[in-house]
Structure formats: structure tokens, C-alpha cells
Design a protein around this ligand. Structure first.
Ligand SMILES: NC(=O)c1ccc[n+]([C@@H]2O[C@H](COP(=O)([O-])OP(=O)(O)OC[C@H]3O[C@@H](n4cnc5c(N)ncnc54)[C@H](O)[C@@H]3O)[C@@H](O)[C@H]2O)c1
Length: 388
């Protein structure tokens, strides 16, 4: 199943690491550590192989992909030997990267994205293209009457207003081009009534929101533990220090607010109450793509005895995110091939703020994902062994 992976924000850290990783896996230069679709519970014939993945994308930046890859290698995010070993492959992906669309109205810009997506699909004879948003986090948009339903949206987009934020405009164009859409960021994406309705009308699946790769991943394991042992969490406070492009974007208070909201949801929804405390995100340029999170949890046990727990997470954000981007592209492609439509709640395992499900517990999400993937594999002919 030849599958296009169209990355919005294709020259960013997560996208570049995903591309280098995908090419390295295809060339047999790296193993799939971190790719959950290669675990025995998930791998199987319904998923496109790594060799089936063809990369392309949009970005507002123009830095050559090989330069971005070299910079990531210099900062220890990816091995430099992979960048040296894959010059032709990276040059081929460079040919598939397009500047962000231009046009006097948002309808014109959406049409330009549709043209880029369909030309990519035709050029490579792809069965389908999954659009994955890994571009910079944006602030929440102002409400607009065009958000209400597909007809109102179509009409509004031909006018002078900025009706949709970029993540939603790319999502809209993806749907018009017949592509499933995955949002790895906390941005709005398809989370507007008009776009959710359009995805249903056009019979397309989508997934999101905001990849769960660090502090929130740990929270989604620990919070159910406190709940299951009937321990009362009194406070949960976290500080995240990060650099890189994502860190710089999150220095903007509006983008920061979108991210913090997405990170806190897991506690209220898992515990059934919101403990005291919050999450702070601070930009520290020196840290580059590496992130440190400190969390302090205070909780009460039997007869009210007070206790505390602390943890520190030192993660390389792009190295944690990239294998999940590849997983999501493979799973969403298989879900589309199997005829799934609307929000893919079964992919909640991957997200901080999962669409279509209130479940944040990693264990429950894992069980649901494994069931779903088993169903996808059972629906295809197992004799065609195209696992990665
Ligand atoms: N790394 C992780 O662990 C992780 C986890 C969850 C979510 N995310 C999200 O993934 C996204 C990418 O993170 P990153 O570290 O790669 O950031 P980054 O800043 O390195 O990359 C973002 C890219 O998006 C591009 N971009 C900005 N606006 C655009 C537009 N309108 N159209 C096309 N491209 C545009 C930028 O030029 C840049 O190349 C962020 O939104 C981040 O919050 C990352």
C-alpha cells in the first residue's frame, strides 16, 4: 500500500526527524525502537511498510532539509551517520517540499494545497496520502460564523476574513483532496463543527490531538494508579523547560495557553477532580530539542496521611515524537483503507487530548489500540506480508 506522508511544517524538528527516521528504516540503517506499530501486538499486513512511505510537505521556512538534518545531528537528536548515508534520499524528499500556499482568499490558498496534494499522489502513484500537522503551535482562533457548518464555511472562505487558522485550513484542504488528517499539535485542526461535518460527508477519518511524548505520557500512567488505589491527589505541579523551535513558539503566551490546557486535561478527566497546581512551560534556548520536566505530586492515603512523589523527565522531544508520527501515518492509512470515518478514538493512545474519547489512561488506550489494529489486520489478506 504505497502511502504518502504529507507533513505540514515539513522542515521543523519533528518532521525532519520523522523523514530521516523513515528513510533510515527503509534503508535498513536503523531499527524501529520507539515505533509502537512494530510491537508484536500491532504489527501486521494491514499497515503500509516503511518502504511504502513517500514523504512530502509544506513549510513557510526555506532552510534545506539536509541542513535541518545536519543541525539536528549536531545537537545530538539524530545520528550524523544517517544524514551522511542518505544524501540522495533527502534530496528526493526536498523535491517534494512546497512553500506554504499563497492566494488572496483562504479559498484560493486551500485550492493551492489541494493541487499540491493531488499532484503528489499522482506523481508517485500513491494509494492514499495522510496529511500530518507538525507545524508550529498556534493560538486558538476567534469564533467565526463560518465555523458552524460546511456551507457557511465554503462561503466565508471566499471573503476577505481569516476564517480558519492555518492548521484548520490545511485540514480543510486535506479533506477536499480526499486525504485523512492527523494533528500532532495542540492547534485547532479539524476541531470545528464545519470541519467535523465535512469529514463525515466526505467519508474520511482523522486523528488528534497533540502528541503525548513526555510529561503527559508519564501523567497518563501515574494518574490512573492514584485513582485505582483510591489515593487522594492534593496537588500536581509541573515545570517544563524546553528549547528548539517548539520552545520558541511556546514563549508566546497564546500558544503556551493552548499547550498548557492540553497538558492539564489528563488529570481532571482521570481523577474525576482537579488537584491544586498547574503546568508551566518555559523556553530555555540552550536546551535545544531536549526537554526537562519536573513534577511534584502531593497525595493523601489512609486516615489522611500526607505523602509526596517527584519525578524528573529528560526527553529528546523530536526523537520521542518522530516514531509516533510514522506510527500514526501507518495506522491512519490502514483505517482509511478499511473505510473508517470521523475521529479515530482508537488512536487516543498517541495523544494528550484525544479526539472522540474521554479516556486518558495509557493502559486502557493501549488495549483499545491493540483491538482496533487486530481488526484492521483481520480485514486484509494476511498472505501479503507487507509488514515493515
Ligand atoms: N516533539 C514533541 O515531543 C511534540 C509533542 C507534541 C506535540 N508537538 C508539536 O509538534 C509541532 C512541531 O514541533 P517541532 O519541535 O518540530 O517545532 P519546529 O518549530 O521545529 O517546527 C515547526 C515547523 O512548522 C513550520 N510552520 C510554521 N507555520 C507554518 C505554516 N503556516 N505552514 C507550514 N509550516 C509552518 C515552521 O517553519 C517550522 O519548520 C509543535 O506544534 C509541537 O507543539 C511536539
Amino acid at each position: 500500500m504505497r502511502t504518502g506522508v504529507w507533513l505540514v511544517g515539513a522542515r521543523g524538528s519533528v518532521a525532519t526527524t520523522s523523514i530521516v527516521g523513515g528513510l533510515a528504516l527503509r534503508a535498513g540503517l536503523a531499527g524501529p525502537t520507539g515505533c509502537v506499530t512494530e510491537l508484536p501486538e500491532l504489527r501486521g499486513p494491514a499497515l503500509p511498510s516503511f518502504a511504502d512511505l513517500v514523504f512530502g510537505g509544506h513549510d513557510v521556512a526555506t532552510t534545506p532539509l539536509c541542513k535541518r538534518a545536519e543541525a539536528l545531528a549536531d545537537s545530538g537528536v539524530i545520528p550524523g551517520r544517517l544524514v551522511t548515508a542518505l544524501p540522495d534520499e533527502l534530496a528526493a524528499v526536498e523535491q517534494e517540499l512546497r512553500p506554504a500556499p499563497v492566494g488572496s482568499t483562504q479559498a484560493d490558498r486551500a485550492a493551492a494545497v489541494v493541487r499540491d496534494l493531488t499532484a503528489f499522489r499522482d506523481r508517485h502513484g500513491l494509494d492514499r496520502v495522510v496529511v500530518v500537522n507538525v507545524s508550529a503551535t498556534e493560538p486558538a482562533p476567534a469564533p467565526h460564523p463560518g465555523h458552524a457548518d460546511p456551507d457557511a464555511l465554503r462561503a466565508a472562505l471566499t471573503g476577505p476574513d481569516e476564517v480558519l487558522p492555518p492548521s484548520s485550513l490545511y485540514g480543510y484542504a486535506a479533506l477536499l483532496a480526499g486525504c485523512p488528517y492527523v494533528d500532532f499539535t495542540p492547534s485547532t485542526g479539524l476541531r470545528l463543527p464545519a470541519l467535523a461535518a465535512l469529514a463525515e460527508q466526505l467519508r474520511l477519518p482523522y486523528a488528534g490531538h497533540d502528541g503525548k511524548t513526555g510529561e503527559t505520557l508519564v501523567k497518563s500512567v501515574l494518574a490512573p494508579m492514584f485513582a485505582m488505589r483510591n489515593l487522594a491527589v492534593r496537588s500536581w505541579s509541573g515545570v517544563n523547560l524546553l528549547g528548539g523551535g517548539d520552545g520558541a513558539t511556546l514563549a508566546d503566551p497564546a500558544a503556551n495557553a493552548a499547550k498548557v490546557q492540553s497538558k492539564q486535561r489528563v488529570l481532571g478527566e482521570t481523577l474525576g477532580y482537579v488537584p491544586q497546581g498547574g503546568t508551566r512551560i518555559e523556553y530555555v534556548e540552550e536546551l535545544g530539542d531536549f526537554k526537562t520536566a519536573w513534577d511534584l505530586i502531593t497525595f493523601a492515603g489512609f486516615l489522611g496521611t500526607g505523602m509526596r512523589m517527584e519525578f524528573t523527565w529528560h526527553g529528546c522531544d523530536s526523537a520521542l515524537a518522530a516514531p509516533l508520527v510514522l506510527d500514526l501515518a501507518r495506522l491512519t492509512a490502514a483505517a482509511h483503507a478499511a473505510g473508517h470515518v470521523g475521529p479515530l478514538a482508537e488512536l487516543g493512545f498517541f495523544f494528550k487530548d484525544p479526539l472522540g474519547t474521554p479516556t486518558h489512561s495509557l493502559a486502557e488506550q493501549w488495549a483499545r489500540l491493540a483491538d482496533f489494529t487486530r481488526g484492521l489486520h483481520e480485514g486484509v489478506d494476511g498472505s501479503d506480508d507487507n509488514v515493515g
